[in-house]
Design a protein around this ligand. Structure first.
Ligand code: NI
Length: 269
């Protein structure tokens, strides 16, 4: 189980790093400061359609030793999500969201149905090979974008980790008082562009979780028909967790209002 989990996480990292050069660059920068890295969580996106709905993917995640730790709903973006942790382990948490397609206009539903119908992978193959459908046209991508940045992203990148997250609690070189703020200043000082939607730091000590993220890198995709275009790919997040007064450990869940802003890190600009 642990071996399969490791394999999945490494595969997700490599597909993510392929289109997110700033992520390995930031990891290297941290390692050069003497840090040893730990991932707080990874995030996956999907449509609420068989065979890739949250309900289809959840058993795969539970089969790797994960347990559900929370449920979240995003009314404006028409998303719902669940988070998972492996108790007593250093494995990154998983944040899995899905688009409620029935609440989308018919044009979006039709594309989502077409993409989901092309998926023939089953089991963990659903998560270890990112693309299960043929490229969409640029027109389709732009049409989705007008209604749902989330649906547009998913149509070109598939079931790929949308972000990995550096666990700020495991860092040593940014002080103990405000490590996330110090880290963000250091990143910005060397030209890294952070998501400022709702402020650089989302959440507060009272929320038990403080987060920040870069804006997504841009990567070239090939649309149906061979046309190429630059689109926002993935980003890297930083999470600082506080002691949860209800348990003995660090807060293990997520904060809906903060996640809502973090989703916007992949919006086209
Ligand atoms: Ni996240």
């Amino acid at each position: 189980m642990e071996h399969e989990r490791e394999h999945l996480l490494q595969t997700l990292w490599s597909h993510y790093a392929d289109i997110t050069p700033s992520a390995p660059r930031i990891h290297t920068w941290l390692q050069n400061r003497g840090e040893s890295l730990k991932n707080d969580h990874i995030a996956l996106r999907t449509f609420d359609l068989s065979p890739i709905a949250l309900a289809d993917l959840e058993p795969l995640i539970l089969g790797l030793g994960y347990q559900m730790t929370g449920e979240y709903s995003f009314e404006v973006k028409k998303l719902r999500a669940r988070s998972y942790s492996v108790p007593g382990s250093d494995a990154p948490r998983i944040f899995l969201s899905e688009l409620r397609t029935a609440q989308m206009p018919e044009s979006v539903q039709a594309v989502a149905r077409d993409l989901a119908a092309q998926v023939d992978a089953r089991g963990l193959d659903l998560l270890t090979s990112p693309m299960h459908w043929t490229p969409v046209t640029r027109e389709t991508y732009e049409g989705l974008r007008e209604v749902s940045e989330y649906a547009a992203w998913l149509s070109v990148f598939g079931l790929r980790a949308n972000h990995f997250t550096v666990a700020v609690n495991a860092l040593q070189s940014f002080g103990q008082t405000k490590p996330l703020a110090v880290l963000c200043d250091a990143l910005q000082a060397q030209g890294v562009v952070l998501n400022t939607s709702g402020g650089v730091i989302k959440g507060s000590k009272a929320d038990l979780l403080e987060q920040a993220s870069t804006l997504a890198d841009q990567t070239e995709v090939i649309f149906a028909g061979g046309e190429r275009g630059l689109v926002p790919s993935c980003y890297i997040e930083f999470a600082w967790r506080h002691q949860d007064p209800n348990t003995d450990g660090l807060f293990d869940g997520f904060v809906t209002a903060s996640a809502d802003r973090i989703f916007e890190s992949t919006d086209a600009r």
